[in-house]
Design a protein around this ligand. Structure first.
Ligand SMILES: [Zn+2]
Length: 298
């Protein structure tokens, strides 16, 4: 038996050649912001459990499909967009600091020459611990990073078991390399990957500002912010958006899975769409990208 998801994707595969063309004028009325996480053929147990990775082959097909169908722009170009574009507009982003993103970034930069932005947590790079992974490790609720370190400080085996489960994080040298890569922009994803909603105002600001201090040493750093986990009202609230605005962040990104209606209003918050590990055909990419618009219409 097929799941509902599989049936929809088979249907979309059949109608894709037609629907792609019919839907194109609608796509042009939106700004599409793509979000990628780890790009790997060997996902860690954490990445498998959370389905937040793309295989190298699917990623390369994704980028080809994006290059074929969109005009890819930089976030800095969002300030003066016109509606008279011949092609739909898109932005490419990555979140977190996974190892496979290094090769993926080089692929976009040298094989496609397309601009992209990496939202990094430097805390994960320096500590080698990603808080999103830590939070789901063995279902242990870890309220605070320092407590985990205290609890497991003497238990090296627990740490290495965790590191295996979590997957590989990029190094500081690789962060510097990405900062110098043509077409790349480095931006802020908080020092550690806590959901904003679980932090006090002071803790939240500290995570943003310490990360900014590290990243601002890189030439391609820009003051853009992507919320960790990124679900509005669940992981962050309007109060966090206001706090970010108060420290001069005016381009803030969620992971709400929607497209952004053009012309852009006087807005600071932008939504992003992402692909699932099994999206491998053009019709899958099309559906993952545009389903929010279609599901709202019908
Ligand atoms: Zn993240």
């Amino acid at each position: 038996m097929f799941s509902k998801h599989q049936i929809i994707r088979k249907l979309i595969f059949l109608v894709y050649p037609v629907i792609r063309i019919l839907f194109r004028p609608i796509t042009k009325r939106y700004l599409t912001i793509f979000l990628f996480h780890e790009i790997t053929n060997n996902p860690s147990d954490f990445q498998l459990a959370n389905r937040n990775y793309t295989t190298v082959q699917n990623f390369q097909k994704n980028i080809e499909w994006i290059a074929e169908n969109y005009k890819v722009i930089e976030i800095s170009q969002l300030a003066d967009l016109t509606l008279e574009n011949t092609r739909p507009l898109a932005v490419i982003t990555f979140d977190d600091a996974w190892k496979g993103q290094v090769a993926a970034s080089k692929h976009i930069s040298s094989n496609h020459g397309l601009p992209f932005t990496l939202f990094l947590n430097i805390g994960a790079v320096t500590s080698r611990i990603d808080i999103a992974a830590l939070r789901s490790f063995n279902q242990i609720a870890v309220p605070r990073f320092s407590e985990f370190i205290e609890l497991t400080g003497e238990k090296d085996s627990v740490i290495s078991e965790f590191e295996n489960w979590q997957g590989d994080i990029m190094t500081m040298d690789e962060v510097a390399e990405l900062g110098d890569l043509p077409y790349s922009t480095i931006a802020n994803h908080s020092l550690h990957h806590y959901p904003a909603i679980e932090l006090t105002r002071a803790e939240f600001l500290k995570n943003v500002e310490i990360n900014e201090r590290h990243l601002s040493k890189l030439n391609s750093f820009k003051k853009y912010y992507a919320f960790t986990f990124g679900r509005p009202q669940i992981d962050y609230t309007d109060e966090h958006v206001e706090l970010l605005e108060s420290i001069n962040y005016h381009y803030i990104f969620s992971a709400e899975g929607k497209l952004n209606k053009l012309p852009l209003k006087k807005q600071t918050i932008f939504s992003r769409v992402n692909f699932s590990p099994t999206d491998s055909k053009k019709s899958d990419f099309w559906w993952a990208t545009n389903k929010s618009v279609l599901l709202r219409r019908f």
